[in-house]
Design a protein around this ligand. Structure first.
Ligand SMILES: CC(C)(COP(=O)(O)OP(=O)(O)OC[C@H]1O[C@@H](n2cnc3c(N)ncnc32)[C@H](O)[C@@H]1OP(=O)(O)O)[C@@H](O)C(=O)NCCC(=O)NCCS
Length: 247
C-alpha cells in the first residue's frame, strides 16, 4: 500500500468510506442521529464536505491505496474488481501563518484550486439555501462547534503554528493493517520537520492509535446539550515535536 494526495476522482470512494466506516466513531451518530431515516442526506452532504476539504488551501488530504501485490487488495482479477483500492484517508489542517505555512498554502492554491474551491463553496451555499439537511441534530452540531472552539482556546492557544488532525478513517474491511498509522505519521514527520506540535480531538478508536504513536492525552472533554439524555465524550490529545520530546 502507498500514500498519495486525494484527487477529485476519489470523492465517491471517500464518501463511501465515510458513510460506512466513520460510523464506528461515536461522534458520527451523535452528530447525525437521523442518518438511517435520511441516508441520501447523509451521503450527499458528506460528499459536499469532502469536496470542500479537498480544495481547502490549508488542508492536506491524503489517502492510502492498496497495491496490486498486496494481500486481499480488492481483487487483482479483472472480473472481481480493481487492482488498487483506496482504504483509508486523513485530513490534516495546517494552522497558523508563519513562512512555511504561507509557502504551503500558496503552492496548493493555484488559480485552478481557487476556482474549484470557490465552486465547491458556492455549491454548498446554494444547496443549503434550497434544502434543509435532515439527518443531523442542530443543537448538538452547535454544541460540538462551540466545544471545539473552547478546546482550541484552552489547549492550543499557546501555539501560533501547529498541525491539526481533522478527520481520519479506515474502511472497516481493511483495519489493523497500518494504513491509518502511515497517514498519521505523515503529519508527525511534517510537524517534526517544521518543529511544530500536532493535536487531535480523538474518538475512542482513534485514541488507541494516537497513544500508540506517542500522542499524550491532555483532557477528556464532554459535550452535552441541556435537556438531551445523550452526551459525547472524547479525548483531547497532543504530540510535541521530536526535538522537544527529547529535551
Ligand atoms: C481509528 C482507525 C482510523 C484506525 O485505523 P487502522 O488503519 O485500523 O489503524 P492501524 O492499522 O494503523 O492501527 C495501528 C495501531 O493503532 C492501535 N489500534 C488501532 N485500532 C485499534 C483497535 N480497534 N483496538 C486496539 N488498538 C487499535 C494499535 O496499536 C494498532 O497497531 P496493531 O494493529 O499493530 O496492534 C479506524 O479504527 C477507524 O476508522 N475507526 C473509526 C473512525 C475513527 O474513530 N477515526 C478516528 C477519529 S479521531
Amino acid at each position: 500500500m502507498h500514500i498519495r494526495p486525494a484527487t477529485a476522482r476519489d470523492i465517491p470512494r471517500l464518501t463511501d468510506i465515510t458513510t460506512t466506516s466513520l460510523v464506528d466513531d461515536k461522534t458520527y451518530d451523535y452528530m447525525w442521529p437521523h442518518r438511517h431515516e435520511y441516508p441520501e442526506d447523509n451521503v450527499f452532504w458528506w460528499q459536499l464536505k469532502i469536496e470542500r476539504h479537498l480544495y481547502d488551501k490549508k488542508a492536506v488530504f491524503l489517502v492510502v491505496e492498496t497495491d496490486p501485490e498486496d494481500e486481499k487488495a480488492g481483487g487483482t482479477d479483472k472480473a472481481t474488481g480493481p487492482a488498487s483500492v483506496v482504504i483509508s484517508y486523513i485530513i490534516w489542517e495546517r494552522i497558523g501563518c508563519n513562512k512555511d505555512a504561507r509557502k504551503r498554502f500558496a503552492e496548493k492554491n493555484t488559480w485552478l484550486n481557487v476556482f474549484d474551491s470557490t465552486v465547491a463553496q458556492m455549491r454548498t451555499w446554494s444547496v443549503d439555501k434550497k434544502y434543509q439537511r435532515r439527518d443531523g441534530d442542530p443543537a448538538r452540531l452547535k454544541a460540538l462547534d462551540e466545544a471545539s472552539d473552547e478546546v482550541r482556546k484552552e489547549y492550543f492557544s499557546d501555539l501560533t503554528d501547529w498541525w491539526s488532525l481533522e478527520l481520519l478513517v479506515t474502511d472497516r474491511n481493511y483495519r489493523r493493517r497500518g494504513a491509518a498509522s502511515r497517514l498519521v505519521r505523515w503529519g508527525m514527520n511534517q510537524a517534526d520537520i517544521e518543529g511544530l506540535a500536532c493535536g487531535v480531538e480523538a474518538s475512542v478508536m482513534g485514541a488507541l492509535l494516537y497513544t500508540a504513536l506517542g500522542f499524550r492525552k491532555l483532557v477528556t472533554w464532554c459535550v452535552r446539550v441541556p435537556g438531551d439524555d445523550d452526551e459525547l465524550v472524547y479525548d483531547v490529545m497532543r504530540r510535541e515535536p521530536w526535538g522537544l520530546v527529547l529535551r
